[in-house]
Design a protein. Structure first.
Ligand code: NAD
Length: 350
């Protein structure tokens, strides 16, 4: 497996492989860019099929964070950590401590927070070993805490912006929306959509998460293998990435794809495939920036929830200008978002 020649390497500034024999921690910390600030991005704990899959995930996610943070106008570069969870071994305090030490050893070039498989409580344990961590328990009305409700709010506002452009609807009322994955973000998103009058179709591989949403509001449930192809107005991917591919795109019936999952497109060309099918795609890192906006306000301190909310509310405006440019130029939304992000980073370099 090549590293510098890896297809997803994309000029990463540094890559750190952590193998802590005393605790069993195996992790990768990818620092894609520190041009606009410390490389910030959550830590994902996942049981990967291979080391190569973990590396690919870390590289793709960390580059995505550079773009996400740039477009959200945050004083952060982009990075990501993945912890390789082997054989469903428990997430011990020792492993979290070793991860905290690893983050600390990078001297602040990487700032961590929670992602899939990690919680606010985990971050509190990581904080015992490094100050380069955010997404910690909230105190009072200050910014902080679980970022996922903010991610869900940004996604909800982004869906409203997208249905206006693609379906000519002023709200999600009476629209059918499929939510793939009802974990931290997906569950909050379902609540916002339900409150706004949308009809929900949900799928999850985790029965507890599914039941929690079923008990909270009326939802129809569909098998995880079928949710991408459901006959709905909007598809909101809120599970994992790599779901929009040459195999799946031809079978999608939704007119809008707008959700929280990172790296929804398998390749850049999949954005063009969606465009050719007249499916409006909200670029993932633009619509799902609510969480990192909260993390940024918390990390730099002195902000209130009101300020976080005001910044999250800028997400639909950014999407609207990408959608408008896509219509004008006949180019896919993902390409326009990437170009915009690269322009901001190049300007930062100067
Ligand atoms: P989570 O782990 O809490 O929830 C993910 C859910 O998806 C889980 O319930 C899981 O069982 C389910 N799932 C996994 N594979 C599935 C499949 N094949 N079909 C259906 N369901 C499946 O994670 P989260 O924090 O809610 O994040 C969801 C996505 O949004 C991730 O891709 C994450 O990187 C991204 N994201 C999250 C945040 C945040 O603030 N948490 C911010 C930005 C992006």
């Amino acid at each position: 497996m090549g590293v510098f020649s890896h297809a997803e390497f994309d000029g990463h500034e540094s890559l750190h492989f952590i193998n802590d024999a005393s605790t069993g921690l195996r992790a990768i910390i990818a620092v894609h860019s520190t041009v606009l600030g410390p490389a910030a991005g959550g830590c994902r704990r996942w049981s990967y099929a291979s080391d190569d899959e973990a590396l690919t995930d870390a590289l793709r996610l960390s580059r995505g964070m550079t773009y996400k943070n740039a477009v959200a106008e945050l004083p952060f570069g982009g990075g990501k950590a993945v912890i390789l969870a082997s054989n469903n071994a428990p997430k011990s305090p020792q492993i979290l401590a070793a991860f905290g030490r690893a983050v600390d050893s990078l001297g602040g070039s990487y700032v961590t927070a929670e992602d899939v498989g990690m919680s606010v409580e985990d971050m509190r344990q990581v904080q015992q070993h490094t100050k380069f961590v955010s997404g910690l328990p909230q105190s009072g009305a200050n910014a902080g805490g679980d970022p996922s409700p903010w991610t869900a709010l940004g996604v909800y506002l982004g869906i409203v912006a997208a249905v206006k452009v693609r379906l000519g609807k002023e709200s999600v009322r009476d629209l059918t929306i499929a939510v793939q994955g009802v974990g931290h973000v997906g569950a909050h998103l379902c609540q916002l959509l339900h409150d706004a009058g949308a009809k929900l179709l949900v799928a999850d591989v985790n029965r507890d998460n599914l039941n929690a949403v079923k008990n909270a509001m009326p939802v129809a449930v569909i098998a995880p293998a079928e949710i991408l192809y459901a006959d709905v107005d909007v598809l909101a991917p809120c599970a994992l990435g790599n779901i929009l591919t040459t195999a799946t795109i031809p079978k999608i019936k939704a007119k809008v794809i707008a959700g929280a999952a990172n790296n929804q497109l398998s390749t850049l060309a999949d954005g063009a495939r969606l465009f050719a099918r007249d499916i409006l795609y909200a670029p993932d890192y633009v619509i799902n920036a609510g969480g990192i906006i909260s993390v940024s306000h918390e990390y730099y301190g002195g902000s209130s929830e009101v300020e976080v909310c005001a910044d999250v509310e800028k997400i639909p405006q950014r999407l609207q200008s990408i959608f408008a440019e896509s219509k004008e130029t006949g180019r896919p939304t993902n390409e326009l978002a990437d170009e915009y992000a690269r322009r901001l980073i190049a300007a930062g370099k100067k």
